[in-house]
Design a binder for this molecule. Sequence first.
Ligand code: ADP
Length: 506
Amino acid sequence: MQEQLFLLNQISDELNKDLDLDNMLQRVIDLTVTHFQATSGSIMLFDEKRRVTKYILQLHNISSDQANRILGQVLGEGFAGWVLEHGRGDVIVDTQEDDRWYNYPNQPYTTRSVVAAPLTRKNRILGLVTIVDQEPRHFRQEDLPLLNAIAWQAAIALENAQLFYQTELERAKLSAIINGSKDAVIVTQGDDNKVQLLNPAARSILQVTTENWQNHPLQTISDLNGLLETVIAQAQDNEEVRLPDGRTMQSNVVDVPNVGRLTLMHDISPLKALDKMKTDFVLTFTHDLAAPLAAIKGFVELMKMDGFLSDQQLEDLGAIQLSVNQMRTLISDLQELTRLETLKNMQRCDIVLNSTLQKSFEAFQPIAEVKKIQLSLDSCADILTTFGNPALVSRAIENLVENAIKYTGPKGTVSIRLSSNGENALIIVNDTGLGIATEKLPNIFDKFYRAHTPGENEIPGSGLGLSIVKTIAERHGGKIWVESELNVGSTFYLALPLQYENEMGD
Ligand code: ADP
């Protein structure tokens, strides 16, 4: 009994000492064979499909070639097959009297008695420990509980080792991904931004030369104080950060519970360069188009003055003029949108929206009258003020009202309403016009998108008006959205942040 406890203790020590599976199992089988004073023994491990994945033999003079032959096999026959099938261990007192024993050819020794126990965890057999002897009756049934206890301990250790290996594998994979990423990954913790993780890209971007960055405040490990402050101080997502070397990074900052603040920085310099190319192209192209268009317009006027023209000729010239005007609108809209998108600083002041709406209403009254559309304004009893660029805010409102009148037929109504939800001023432009099909609504604010095909309704337009409104709204920290039903009408909502009196003049 004393000896058995001693052996179990020894095995437990061995199993806890090492997480290397091969070493661990080799020591267990060595100790067990020695304890039983047996000829040899083995431990086999199985996968989910009961194929042998590992075969550890106590007899060190067996070639690995011989031992490896069993790998990959499913043990259905012999004593091993019996133990696997019954899920419990047993003793073979004499192999010559027990037909469960199967003698493999080329055995290095004759086996006459055997004791075997399965390594079981949660109803799954993970492996099998078998001890053999050349003499019959070397093992007795009383030996089985000890081998079961050894197998039980080994199974727990095996499961732990497998879990550890799995976790290690996942950790190594994650680490390879993070370290291989061209995006900078920075994890900091606490108010003093102690660095928990910096991948190589982050170390290069932040110009961290010291190896000693772990757990040090971010500010202390790099010379780029300014940059670090920007990265750390901004809790917002999608901020652009300019690096001293000229690159532009986009940073995403997320607070991850139990981890810290995760900052990802992605190099968007190529996109920025492309965007600049596009802007330059649009501006040059539209600028160069303006002159020939002005010439066409001028020559049409001259032709009209040159002498007698037939009605047909006058009609044709009118069509040319209309097309030229449409192209000029398209060009100026495109220029305006491009400038808006690239605008760095815009002049801002307090804008009283009640007056802005009144002015727009008055400006569109005559146009509505011509189209026999009833235009109304329902301004707010309170004075609602926003902080922004007056010309741009007017432009956004006018685009919405202009569209409402444009896409509404005679006898229709267009109403402009001003209200507030406490945080934002809401400018609501409603019409009883053509409406927009539900499937087209998601694209309505895209550049050049027109929801009504030219064949359907000959309403001229550039498809840029709503993109301009959207850009202006975003530039002011606001939002634009629409509700619409085809052949019923549309309601556009423009939300702009309210400026309260105590904020004014800040
Ligand atoms: P456009 O110059 O074509 O009017 P916009 O960008 O202003 O360009 O509008 C995009 C498209 O959205 C329009 O072509 C039209 O199909 C649809 N649209 C805009 N406003 C309205 C409205 N009030 N009623 C119905 N359709 C509208």
